[in-house]
Design a protein around this ligand. Structure first.
Ligand code: AHR
Length: 505
């Protein structure tokens, strides 16, 4: 039976600018957790492994995503990590109890290997320092090791390890989720603020060109949110360039309509953090603006029960291996719209994570690599969401769900790439039954025509991709068209779409 139509309208104009998009909004994350590193990016002996043990099949998919920056090495893991364990001759590196995930860390991949991998993947690295069990000293030494050219103890140590040139890592996280009671060496806001300030001071003395991310709350559900941001930024404002946001979305209730509205929660979260940063700016009579690094975001809940059964003290255990559904991909599409809508303040963001651990890319040990459902909205938005984010005016019918009221069926983000003379409309239809017909006035884009309409749709919200079978993948048969200078966007029920338009030659 043909789907019923619901109508919506929008106006897109070149002059309605949000911001130039910082490409680092399409970042990701690799933690020494589960099979992200061991069995993910690194598997010596695998038929696809290169001379350094990195899987070329995984690298190919990472390159396909055009990931501009990858956060490393954690996550919770960094809060008890000794970076010195991971450098120098591999046969001399210790195996340690990795307490955050109760695994064995054999340190066969460390800072230099990861920098090599990043180069192969064509990505920058966002490095995190341990402010849990360690502090100023370990952080400044690591920075000297990675960024100082030579002639000092740690820079010469790096050179003796075969890395003559400094890595010049620009972006550094001052710890991870230090508000979390689960965090090794967790801190109160006052304690963290002081430690982060002193660490930041030392780090900027070692290398004034670096950018620093001050730890925000581990999620907007934390009881200390947003006072944590206010208190810690009072301390770190002078040296910090960004504050971090982390949030994972769940559908434990199995309520699709409510789940698809959760990007509104992200929107609210970002708004609150922006306000808090600007409150501290006002309080300090500062001219400096702190931007946002949403450096952990994704759907995460499918694997939580399974994870309880995993035996501790293994290297590369199968942890956090969420198998993503079609509805997860639709929400991920909307989360990306939300980041773009806030691209005036969200300058970096990391889909957490990249391989095997709550990830768009999955592998079998010794076997194949495949794309999860969430790979697709991430892929298309990363490739085509570059340029200027525009702020469309939207008139959409709305619905109420268990936790949200006035949820627009139409969720969208719009990007104009002037250089390519390309207008890209990313659009989600949250309606579970009806096609959404969107009359889109693109008045300042005269002569533009639809050149591609990619659709991610599936009849079963719970459809998944597995190693042998990719049930959820996009098709290019979207039905959008131009009529009297307006784009008529035809968005099938519960779907994620990308409509590209170009100026007709
Ligand atoms: O990404 C998984 C974990 O989620 C990270 O280690 C931690 O920072 C967050 O709680």
């Amino acid at each position: 039976m043909a789907q019923q139509l619901t109508n919506a309208k929008m106006v897109v104009d070149k002059d309605f600018k949000v911001s130039e998009i910082d490409p680092r909004i399409y970042g990701s994350f690799i933690e020494h957790l589960g099979r992200a590193v061991y069995g993910g990016i690194y598997e010596p002996g695998h038929p696809e492994a290169d001379d350094s043990g990195f899987r070329k099949d995984v690298l190919e998919l990472v390159k396909e995503l055009q990931v501009p920056i990858v956060r490393y090495p954690g996550g919770n893991m960094v809060s008890a990590y000794n970076w010195e364990d991971g450098v120098g001759p591999k046969d001399k590196r210790p195996s340690r109890l990795e307490l955050a995930w109760r695994s064995i860390e054999n340190n066969q991949v460390g800072t230099n290997e990861f920098m090599d991998w990043a180069k192969k993947a064509g990505t920058d690295v966002m490095m995190a320092v341990n402010l849990g069990t360690r502090g100023i000293d370990a952080a400044r030494n690591l920075l000297e090791y990675t960024n100082h050219p030579g002639g000092t103890y740690y820079s010469d140590l790096r050179r003796s390890h075969g890395y003559e040139q400094p890595h010049k890592i620009k972006t550094w996280c001052l710890g991870n989720e230090m508000d979390g009671p689960w965090q090794l060496g967790g801190k109160t806001a006052e304690e963290y603020g002081r430690t982060a300030y002193e660490t930041a001071k030392a780090m900027k003395l070692v290398d004034p060109d670096i950018e620093l991310v001050s730890c925000g709350s581990s999620s907007s559900n934390m009881p200390t949110f947003p006072q944590w941001e206010a208190t810690t930024l009072e301390h770190t404002y002078e040296y910090a360039d960004y504050v971090s946001l982390h949030q994972y979305y769940t559908n434990y209730e199995n309520d699709t309509a409510n789940f698809l509205a959760k990007s509104m929660e992200m929107d609210h979260f970002i708004g609150t953090v922006v306000s808090t940063c600007d409150y501290i700016k006002a309080k300090k009579r500062s001219n400096k603006t702190i931007n946002l690094s949403f450096d952990e975001w994704n759907v995460w809940f499918h694997s939580t029960a399974e994870d309880q059964k995993v035996e501790p003290w293994q290297t590369g255990p199968p942890l956090l291996e969420d198998v993503y559904t079609f509805e997860d991909a639709v929400l991920v599409g909307s989360l990306l719209h939300t980041l773009l809508k806030h691209s005036d303040r969200v300058k970096m963001a990391c889909m957490a994570q990249l391989v095997n651990v709550i990830a768009p890319i999955m592998t079998d040990n010794g076997g194949r690599v495949w794309k999860q459902t969430i790979f697709y909205p991430y892929y298309y938005t990363s490739l085509y969401g570059r340029g200027t984010a525009l702020n469309p005016v939207i008139h959409s019918p709305k619905y109420d769900s268990k936790e949200f009221t006035d949820v627009p069926y139409l969720d969208t983000s719009v990007v104009y790439n002037e250089e390519k003379e390309e207008l890209v409309v990313f659009a989600t239809n949250r309606h579970l039954e009806n096609t959404l017909k969107v009359d889109c006035d693109i008045r300042s884009f005269e002569g533009f025509v639809v050149t591609e309409h990619v659709v991610l749709e599936h009849d079963d919200p719970k459809a998944v991709n597995t190693v042998g079978e990719e049930q959820v993948k996009p098709h290019h048969n979207g039905k959008s068209y131009m009529e009297n200078g307006h784009l008529q966007g035809i968005l099938p029920k519960m779907s994620w779409n990308m409509i590209r338009l170009h100026k007709q030659k």
